[in-house]
Ligand binder design. Structure first.
Ligand SMILES: NC(=O)c1ccc[n+]([C@@H]2O[C@H](COP(=O)([O-])OP(=O)(O)OC[C@H]3O[C@@H](n4cnc5c(N)ncnc54)[C@H](OP(=O)(O)O)[C@@H]3O)[C@@H](O)[C@H]2O)c1
Length: 273
């Protein structure tokens, strides 16, 4: 499958942060640079990416859709309709949108109902090839073209398909937005360490490496439940137990539940506007 995928020409409309991250990931995974073509509204980012990655670039969105088998739509949601207004998708197998909040029905309309549509929601760790991407397509589209999305998002991390498009707002809450929750928690831990007299850089090193280590332990041993891991490092009456008791008393579970509900609600509002 990978050999066949490497024969695929992958196009991007929009050459911003997300397009650059995905193109880098694809090339690192062995996708030929000659088989990536990217367009943008203005030339600066294209020049930089052409110099860095050796990909083909153009200012003409139609040229991307003429050359590519699969096209990633990587402009901001509010720019999508305009970017695709006069494009002929007849020779494209499928498009994959990375635009937050744009439903597949809207994307089908913007692409003049000419092409199969996959919706994705990647997150910023994709830049470091450890992204988490949610994917949705109508079942027949997923069956026929889902492998394109698996190949693309497998190059920048892990992906998860959802069967109900309404769950894409939850994907946003759990993956798209969640790096910021972890950043915030790390910030608060570092500040708490500094308040105890720890130099800032030392507090940062300890907290960041612990976050990475905790995630790595969980990820590398999927057979061990997260709650089991937590119990393993929590001696009765020990320091971890004291801190966890304090977090529970402060309502950590309710806080997370409220935060996810707030993100889902905002995602729905943004989609509707
Ligand atoms: N960054 C993230 O963490 C993230 C996560 C999940 C999803 N997304 C989604 O990814 C998409 C892109 O986000 P981003 O952060 O990569 O944004 P970005 O850096 O602003 O990139 C958007 C690019 O689209 C270009 N563009 C605008 N109108 C165009 C047109 N008519 N034709 C061709 N190119 C056009 C812009 O060109 P100029 O250089 O001329 O401005 C810009 O380079 C968004 O829909 C966003 O919702 C982003």
């Amino acid at each position: 499958m990978t050999d066949k995928m490497q024969q695929t020409t992958i196009g991007f409309i929009g050459a911003g942060n997300m397009a650059g991250a995905i193109a880098r990931g694809l090339i690192k995974c062995g996708h030929p640079k000659e088989r990536i073509i990217m367009s943008n509204r203005s030339p600066e980012k294209l020049t930089a990416l052409a110099n860095e990655l050796g990909i083909k670039t153009t200012l003409d969105n139609q040229s991307v859709c003429t050359a590519a088998n699969v096209v990633l739509l990587a402009v901001k949601p509010q720019m999508m309709r305009e970017a695709l207004a006069n494009i002929d998708f007849a020779s494209v197998d499928c498009v994959i949108s990375v635009a937050a909040g744009l439903a597949t029905d809207s994307l089908a309309a913007y692409t003049h109902h000419q092409v199969e549509v996959i919706r994705s929601m990647p997150n910023t760790p994709s830049i470091e090839m450890c992204g988490a991407t949610g994917l949705y397509a109508k079942p027949e589209t997923q069956d026929r073209y889902g492998h394109f999305a698996n190949y693309v998002f497998g190059a920048v991390g892990e992906y998860q398909w959802v069967e109900d498009e309404a769950l894409m707002d939850t994907v946003t809450a759990l993956a798209g937005s969640s790096p910021a929750y972890f950043f915030r928690f790390m910030e608060t831990l570092i500040s708490a360490g500094i308040a105890q007299g720890m130099p800032e850089q030392a507090a940062r090193n300890l907290v960041v490496q612990s976050a990475l280590g905790a995630a790595t332990l969980i990820k590398n041993h999927p057979d061990i439940a997260i709650s089991e891991r937590r119990k393993q490092v929590t001696s009765p009456n020990g320091t971890t137990a004291a801190a966890l008791d304090s977090l529970e008393q402060s309502g950590i579970a309710a806080m997370a539940d409220k935060a996810v509900k707030a993100a889902v609600k905002r995602g729905k509002e943004l989609s509707q506007s």
